[in-house]
Design a binder for this molecule. Structure first.
Ligand SMILES: Nc1ncnc2c1ncn2[C@@H]1O[C@H](COP(=O)(O)OP(=O)(O)OP(=O)(O)O)[C@@H](O)[C@H]1O
Length: 291
């Protein structure tokens, strides 16, 4: 096989030299050709597009966190080329959701020998694609602080949590789904394709990546303790303060500008979002299901 590995050298705050050695060793052993593309953080999408055109790979593999997974997914979106993940980010939300092993040799084996699962994407404002979780409000504010200050790891999240707790505001939101309109005061609203954040919080217990719908999760309140737990341990949200509504599309408006993030990438402050499910858009390599 011709395999293109798209490596984010800064994800997870870890050096990727060991990953590169493991990739080369594995591909040599099993007679595959490995092409390595190192991201720069600038115009990576066109760099990747050129490489895919030149190499015509059998697999394109994201070596990084959810941001790198999103970059690769947007390249293979709607095509028959499967993508894989080597989880090398700080949180690895989608890899965790898909049960992709964190051990590099095991994850490589999934890329070559695993099953192909066609997963949905949430198309946002006709221009952005969410594979995992997007949200407006408190978590997006946290992502903004985290990226602005280049904080990485759990200590970075903790610093962000304290700053967000001092500065966040309740959002007044209106959500239109089909012909139903809901008005709420909320701390955050999540567009959830997946079940939970890579850090451990299960926001959407019944979420499935390939069911043709996504869930709108309205978090009405969040205690300091719940917010801290969200980033420290695998735990469900308190269902009494959360509304979960499955849908194929939603139009969200907020009275004031709200922080917005897509798959861990901060997108600025918005007052309006339109989101629609796009079923089965990305062919993802996942561990073989037991027969
Ligand atoms: N060489 C580079 N230098 C600086 N930034 C880069 C570089 N390559 C990619 N990036 C940026 O890294 C971000 C994606 O990081 P990614 O999500 O893969 O890792 P992470 O933040 O460690 O993981 P996670 O999302 O799981 O927390 C993107 O914003 C991308 O532009």
């Amino acid at each position: 096989m011709n395999i293109l590995f798209v490596i984010n050298p800064v994800s997870g705050g870890k050096d990727k030299a060991d990953w590169e050695h493991a990739i080369q060793a594995f591909c040599q052993q099993f007679d595959h050709t490995a092409h390595l593309l190192l991201l720069t953080g600038h115009a990576d999408d066109s760099l990747l597009r050129d490489q895919v055109r030149a190499i015509r790979p059998d697999r394109v593999v994201a070596v990084g966190g959810d941001g790198t997974v999103k970059l690769v997914a947007e390249e293979v979106l709607g095509t028959s080329t499967p993508m894989g993940i080597l989880p090398a980010g700080s949180a690895n939300g989608l890899a965790f959701e898909l049960n992709i092993p964190p051990v590099v040799e095991e994850a490589l084996s999934v890329i070559v020998n695993g099953d192909i699962e066609a997963i949905d994407t949430i198309c946002i404002d006709d221009s952005d694609n969410c594979l995992h979780l997007s949200d407006i409000g408190m978590n997006a504010q946290l992502v903004n602080y985290y990226q602005q200050n280049n904080w990485r790891g759990k200590l970075g999240y903790a610093r962000g949590v304290f700053r967000v707790l001092l500065r966040h505001r309740l959002l007044k939101v209106s959500l239109q789904m089909d012909d139903k309109v809901i008005h709420r005061a909320a701390i955050m609203v999540v567009l959830a394709n997946a079940r939970g954040y890579g850090t451990g919080a299960v926001i959407n217990p019944d979420g499935k990546l390939d069911d043709g719908v996504f869930e709108v999760v309205i978090v009405r309140r969040l205690s300091v303790w719940a917010l801290l737990k969200m980033f420290w341990q695998y735990s469900p949200f308190d269902p009494s303060v959360v509304d979960i509504i499955p849908t194929k599309s939603v139009h969200i408006t907020t009275r004031r500008k709200a922080y917005f993030q897509v798959d861990g990438e901060y997108r600025g402050r918005v007052t309006e979002i339109r989101a629609t499910i796009r079923p089965g858009q990305v062919k993802m390599m996942v561990p073989k299901k037991p027969a």
